[in-house]
Design a protein around this ligand. Structure first.
Ligand code: FAD
Ligand code: NAP
Length: 339
C-alpha cells in the first residue's frame, strides 16, 4: 500500500480538474485495502474510492482519503460447454479487460469497448453502451465493507441494477469498495449484438456481413474515436447527464412541436429521450462559459477546454438543466458523480 499526503488529483480525473486529497492510498489487493482502512491517521476521515476517475467531477479538495484501486488480475474461475466465468480484479483497466475477452473469443462485452475507467466501477453505474449493459453479463462481485473490512459477495439481484444505477450508486455509496467482479461470457466469437444503427452502419462501411465479436469491438472503437473527445486531449467524463425516461404522453407532447425528436420506446409504456438531442435543441451544443463547455459533436458531454474549475462545470450543468426544463418540461439528472 502506498500512502501519499496532500495528493494532487489532477492526473486522476479525466476532466483534468485541479484538486487535492488530504491523503491518497493506492492499494493492490483486498488485504492492502484493509491495511489502508485501518491506518491510524485515516480513522474517522471521509473516504472516496477512485478507479480511473472518468465519471467524477471534483468541485473542491477532498478532505479525507482517496483510495485508489489498483487490484490486478484476470482469471477463469469456472467453465462449461457454453459459458466461461471470468474474474477480474477491480483495478484492471476496463478496455484492457474487454480486449482480453475479445482475443480469447468470449462474447458479451465487446459492445462496451473503449469505455474508460476500471472494472470495479463498472457495476457502480451498470455501465452500458450500444445496447449492452454490465448487468447482462454479470455473475457476482466481491466488495469490502468499509466499516469492518469484511468481504461480501453480491449476486445480480443484490446489486439491484437499473439504468446507469445500482445498489452501489445509491444505498451502498461510500460503504463498500468493489474488489473483484466475475462475468459470465459466452464461448462463441460469432454471437453478436448489432441492434444499434451506428454499429450496423460502421460494419457496412467496412464491408463486413458476418461480424465476429472482434469486428463489433473494432466498429465500436472506430465510432467512439470519431465522435467522443479523448480525455487526454479535451477533459471530460463522457455523458454528463442520463437519458431521461418519461411517460409516452410527455414524449408525444414534445414531438407535437418537434417531429424530429430522438426517442426510444420501452415495453413498459415509458420512452427514453436522447438527452443530447434536448440539450442541442436548447441551443447548448458547442457553447462555452470560460473554460467549461458543451462538446461540439455530442451535446451530452461537458468538456474542460482548459483551466475550468469543477464549480464552473457544475454551474454550466445547472444552466443546461434549467434550459431543458424551461423548453421541454423535462428534468435532466446528472450521471457524473459530484464531489
Ligand atoms: P471513477 O470515476 O473512478 O469512479 C466513479 C464512481 O464509482 C465514484 O463515485 C467512485 O467512488 C465509484 N467507484 C469507483 N471504483 C469503485 C469501486 N471499486 N468500488 C466502489 N465504488 C467505486 N460510461 C458508460 O456507462 N458507458 C459509456 O459508454 C461511457 N463512455 C464514456 C466515454 C468517455 C470519453 C468518458 C470519459 C467516460 C465514459 N463513461 C461511460 C463514464 C465512465 O467511463 C464509466 O462510468 C466508468 O465505469 C467509470 O470508471 P472509473 O474507474 O473511471 O470510475
Ligand atoms: P447515439 O448513438 O448518438 O444515440 C443517442 C442516444 O440514443 C444514446 O444515448 C442511446 O441511448 C440512444 N439509442 C441509440 N440507438 C438506440 C437503439 N437502437 N435502442 C435504444 N436506444 C438507442 O449515442 P452516443 O452518444 O454516440 O453513444 C453511443 C453509446 O455509447 C450509447 O449506448 C451511450 O450510452 C454510450 N456512451 C455512454 C457514455 C457515458 O458516459 N455514459 C459516453 C459515451 C457513449 P443509451 O445511452 O441508453 O444507449
Amino acid at each position: 500500500m502506498q500512502f501519499i499526503p496532500s495528493a494532487d488529483l489532477t492526473p486522476f480525473n479525466t476532466f483534468g480538474i485541479a484538486a487535492r486529497a488530504e491523503f491518497m492510498a493506492r492499494f493492490h489487493s483486498a488485504d492492502d485495502l484493509r491495511t489502508a482502512l485501518n491506518t491510524p491517521e485515516l480513522q474517522g476521515k471521509p473516504r472516496l474510492v477512485l478507479g480511473g476517475g472518468s465519471n467524477i467531477l471534483f468541485t473542491r479538495d477532498f478532505p479525507g482519503v482517496v483510495l485508489l484501486n489498483e487490484i490486478p488480475g484476470i482469471r477463469v474461475v469456472h467453465e462449461d460447454d457454453t459459458n466461461v466465468f471470468v474474474k477480474a480484479g477491480a483495478g484492471v483497466v476496463w478496455h484492457q479487460f474487454v480486449l482480453h475477452t475479445v482475443e480469447k473469443g468470449w462474447s458479451g462485452i465487446e459492445n462496451m469497448s473503449l469505455i474508460p475507467g476500471k472494472v470495479g466501477a463498472g457495476p457502480m453505474q451498470n455501465i452500458g453502451a450500444y445496447g449492452v449493459e454490465i448487468k447482462d453479463v454479470f455473475h457476482s462481485l466481491e466488495a469490502m465493507r468499509i466499516s469492518d473490512g469484511e468481504v461480501i459477495t453480491f449476486d445480480r439481484e443484490a446489486c439491484a441494477f437499473g439504468y446507469r444505477e445500482s445498489f452501489f450508486k445509491r444505498e451502498g455509496r461510500d460503504r463498500f469498495v468493489i474488489v473483484s467482479v466475475t462475468f459470465r461470457l459466452k464461448k462463441a466469437a460469432d454471437v453478436v449484438n448489432t441492434s444499434y444503427g451506428s454499429i450496423q452502419e460502421e460494419l457496412k462501411r467496412a464491408g463486413i456481413t458476418h461480424p465476429t465479436i472482434k469486428d463489433v469491438s473494432n466498429a465500436v472503437i472506430a465510432i467512439r474515436r470519431s465522435k467522443l473527445p479523448e480525455p487526454s486531449v479535451l477533459g471530460n467524463a463522457g455523458s454528463f447527464f442520463k437519458n431521461p425516461v418519461v411517460p409516452i404522453a410527455v414524449a408525444d407532447r414534445i414531438r407535437a412541436d418537434h417531429p424530429e425528436l430522438v426517442s426510444f420506446p420501452s415495453t413498459d409504456g415509458t420512452v427514453k429521450l436522447a438527452a443530447g438531442w434536448l440539450i442541442e435543441k436548447a441551443g447548448w451544443k458547442g457553447k462555452r462559459i470560460g473554460g467549461a463547455g458543451v462538446h461540439d459533436k455530442q451535446a451530452l458531454v461537458l468538456v474542460n477546454h482548459g483551466g475550468a474549475t469543477g464549480a464552473e462545470l457544475l454551474e454550466l450543468s445547472e444552466q443546461v438543466m434549467r434550459s431543458v426544463r424551461e423548453q421541454f418540461g423535462v428534468e435532466l439528472e446528472r450521471e457524473v458523480n459530484i464531489f
